[in-house]
Ligand binder design. Structure first.
Ligand code: UDP
Ligand code: MG
Length: 326
């Protein structure tokens, strides 16, 4: 290390949090690349790999690397809690004055780390890395991301267009996320956009994924989209109310016409129309119940107050931090 490396009294200046689930194929290459960039950054650093209940030997590989580089730390979660839980575990254990969250598959280019750091050193508290081009991604993934982003931005009122989980957060922001946003169901990308504070953007092109394919199944993505939406807006509930009022007005109109036809002596006709109306109204009711159910399920999850993750092992943390995580 050269003499002008920035060393903090409290701990490292920079913590890099890497959630990893079944990343055995590429984790060593990813960490090596991240480390080579960190060496050029002239700040004291630590890397925290959160093994999110991998079924392969991701954790063992990280532990092996940690023997040679003590600034690599690892947490092993008791099962797969999902990326949100893994990121949260990493944030809770990070001791840096700034924390970067980055994927383990090199789709978030580590070369951007100095840019994120530079913005932070200029006083920016949240630096979002935003995807500039998705040229390497499949049409299906592009369409999926577009729909989810538009839905959340449009209904939720927060701008997450093309933003990723690749971010730098000042320690103060990390503290707020951990202690002042106690919700169980989390959407990291949305929460960091909702916070406010001084934020800036840096742009990157998405690389093709190294290792095997994406860990997100369609259902997992759908769940994330619902979590994201219900975390930021109650607009779907309002839409249910508006739909209810609209069908009520329509119902009153049709009923008035039917009553009027009694006086004029015309028979009320339209069996098919009645069935269609019943089916449409019935499906409105079912969808409405589903939407209300989503919010009730959310309340249920929040009331349980279960931890976002459970740890079964860790490597590289001192006693003080180990106690904090218990
Ligand atoms: N990941 C995780 N837990 C999960 C799914 C994914 O920690 O349940 C990690 C994964 O190892 C990677 C990052 O989250 O480091 C992004 O996952 P992936 O590349 O599969 O998602 P995509 O790039 O398709 O959004
Ligand atoms: Mg990826």
């Amino acid at each position: 290390m050269s003499n002008n490396i920035l060393i903090s009294n409290k701990g490292p200046v920079l913590s890099v949090v890497v959630p990893a689930y079944n990343e055995s194929v590429g984790i060593e290459k990813a960490l090596t690349e991240i480390i080579s960039i960190l060496f050029s950054c002239k700040v004291d650093w630590e890397i925290i790999v959160v093994d999110d209940g991998s079924k392969d030997d991701t954790y063992q590989k990280v532990c092996r690397l940690a023997q040679f580089e003590p600034r690599i730390k690892a947490i092993s979660l008791s099962r797969n809690f999902g990326k949100e839980g893994a990121i949260f575990a990493g944030l809770e254990h990070a001791t840096g004055e700034a924390v970067i969250t980055i994927d383990a598959d090199l789709q978030h280019p580590p070369v951007l780390i100095p840019d994120l750091l530079e913005k932070w050193q200029q006083g920016v508290q949240i630096v979002h890395a935003v995807k500039r081009a998705r040229s390497q991604e499949s049409m299906e993934k592009k369409a999926r991301a577009y729909c989810i982003n538009k839905l959340i931005s449009g209904l939720g009122g927060i701008n997450i267009n093309n933003s990723s989980d690749y971010k730098l957060l000042d320690a103060e922001i990390v503290d707020i996320i951990i202690h002042q946003l106690p919700e169980r169901e989390r959407f990291y990308r949305g929460l960091t956009s909702w916070l406010g504070f001084k934020e800036e953007y840096v742009y990157f092109d998405v690389d093709t994924r190294q290792g095997d394919k994406s860990k997100w199944s369609f259902l997992a993505l759908l769940e994330l989209a619902i979590t994201a939406l219900t975390s930021f807006t109650v607009l779907p509930l309002r839409i249910v109310t508006i739909l209810g009022i609209t069908t009520l007005v329509l119902g009153i109109t049709v009923a008035s016409e039917a009553i009027w036809s009694l006086f004029t002596g015309q028979a009320v006709s339209g069996f098919a129309t009645t069935i269609i109306c019943l089916l449409i109204i019935g499906s409105f009711i079912m969808i409405s119940l589903g939407i209300i159910g989503e919010y009730i399920a959310k309340i249920y999850e929040e009331v349980k107050q279960r931890p976002l993750y459970l740890m079964k092992a860790s490597v590289g943390f001192d006693e003080r931090i180990a106690e904090k995580s218990l």
